[in-house]
Design a protein around this ligand. Structure first.
Ligand SMILES: Cc1ncc(COP(=O)(O)O)c(C=O)c1O
Length: 421
């Protein structure tokens, strides 16, 4: 690798996915596209999204209520248009997934089904300093069931002097709590450090302990290929506005393993849209769930946000998550290399990378601690048209996203960063 524009441009020329960059709309800075490394927070707008939404507005104009049956893709079944693409991304059968609601709402709905504490088995293992919404959700779930969160929630902390969790420590904690453990609930990729957990090993250990295991995939979905079915994960949920580029606050989704989702006895809260599809409109008393994840739906489909989702998922179908991952590893490795080159020039570790070094333990996010003046550096980058994000208390996060970022973006970022130290 080389920290030079010539090297970066050569990598871009060899990039078989480079045409996808042109599928996106970039915000402008002084008349030019910004360098956007914030897809871990909000993905960019695909150019085609507007047309997909407009098509549904046209259907609405033309058909009114009849659009439920008469539009090109009848709204009655609109959620089905995303299931195959979502299933490919998470490694599941289409029956095991559905797009619905928002992420934290889905987390609660999944907890209501899969956190069924008893007096003996009531503890939940989660990451310390997980994304706040997850902390609040789990804390309130523990209280909802009459437990003290201080006792019911077991937090995983990195070892002294380390930033990320060791798999062996996660597994040991599960074993230690095996008699009282009800659930393991982690992020698939930690939002702060970018660490990708070993979902398969964690799920196996949770099951050995007699507990269930679920993941918040907000930062994993569309970032890494997943195999939730094969890994035997019990449930998962994600958002679609980060790597999936499906609009701000866009629709969330869930995975429920078939051993639970095909079982009509699996407890859940019900609404009419999860009712068995063939007889839903007979409007009968007594809830009969549609088999599969669709049996967790409550409300009818928000077609406009689902249209934005459909537009973005088409790009993933065209690019292929395995191809994206291959580029992502190279691009993220280059990003890391550039930071290390800048540290060499500084003569000390000015930028401490806290994301794991091994590609199999991270997606495309690099989190950096800059002990002195981190916030000022972040502000100066933004002022120079480089968009990352800042997470209190001291982390700069950047996501070189394979769908729309280039090696030249990484090089240019490096040049600006070097100039700031
Ligand atoms: C890991 C994680 N969990 C939960 C959320 C909350 O998502 P929402 O506001 O869509 O419920 C986020 C949002 O960024 C997140 O990153």
């Amino acid at each position: 690798m080389e920290f030079s524009l010539a090297y970066a441009q050569q990598q871009d020329e060899q990039d078989t996915l480079r045409r996808f960059r042109d599928e996106f709309l970039f915000p402008k800075h002084e008349g030019k596209d910004v360098i956007y490394f914030c897809g871990n927070s909000l993905g960019l707008q695909p150019k085609r999204t507007r047309a997909y939404i407009n098509a549904q507005l046209d259907n609405w104009e033309q058909y009114g209520v009849e659009g439920h049956f008469m539009s090109d893709t009848p709204w009655m079944y609109y959620q089905k248009t995303t299931k195959e693409s979502l299933a490919r991304l998470v490694g599941a059968s289409p029956m095991e997934v559905v797009a619905m609601n928002q992420l934290t709402v889905n987390l609660h709905l999944m907890m209501l089904s899969f956190y069924r504490p008893t007096a003996e088995r009531y503890q939940i293992i989660m990451e310390a300093a997980a994304f706040p919404s997850d902390q609040y959700a789990l804390e309130s779930q523990a209280r909802f069931h009459g437990f003290d969160p201080e006792d019911a929630i077991v937090e995983l902390h990195p070892r002294e002097g380390e930033y990320t969790l060791r798999t062996e420590d996660i597994l040991a904690t599960i074993r230690k709590h095996k008699d009282s453990l009800a659930l393991v609930m982690l992020g698939g990729v930690n939002y702060y450090t970018g660490q990708f957990f070993d979902l398969q090993k964690i799920t196996e250990e949770a099951h050995r302990a007699g507990a269930l295991c679920g993941f918040d995939l907000a930062h994993a979905m569309g970032n890494l290929p997943l195999k939730l079915h094969e890994w035997n994960v019990d449930f998962a949920m994600w958002c679609s506005y980060k790597y999936l580029n499906s609009s701000p606050g866009g629709i969330s989704g869930i995975f429920v393993h078939e051993r639970h989702s095909l079982n009509p006895e699996t407890p859940r809260l019900a609404g009419w849209w999860g009712y068995q599809e063939s007889t839903r409109f007979l409007m009968k008393k007594g809830y009969v769930p549609e088999p599969g994840a669709e049996g967790w739906q409550m409300s009818n489909v928000p077609v406009l946000t689902m249209a934005a989702h459909r537009a973005a998922l088409d790009l993933f179908d065209e690019a292929g998550i395995e191809n994206l991952r291959a580029k992502s590893i190279r691009l993220t490795n280059y990003f890391e290399y550039v930071i290390r080159e800048i540290n060499k020039k500084a003569g000390f570790e000015k930028f401490i990378i806290i994301t794991p070094e091994k590609p199999e333990e991270r997606g495309c996010q690099i989190s950096i601690i800059c002990k002195e003046g981190g916030r000022n550096i972040f502000d100066a980058l933004m002022a120079a048209g480089i968009v990352g994000d800042w997470r209190e208390p001291e982390v700069l996060r950047f996501a070189p996203v394979p769908l729309y970022n280039s090696f030249a973006d990484v090089y240019r970022f490096g040049e600006v960063l070097k100039g700031l130290i």
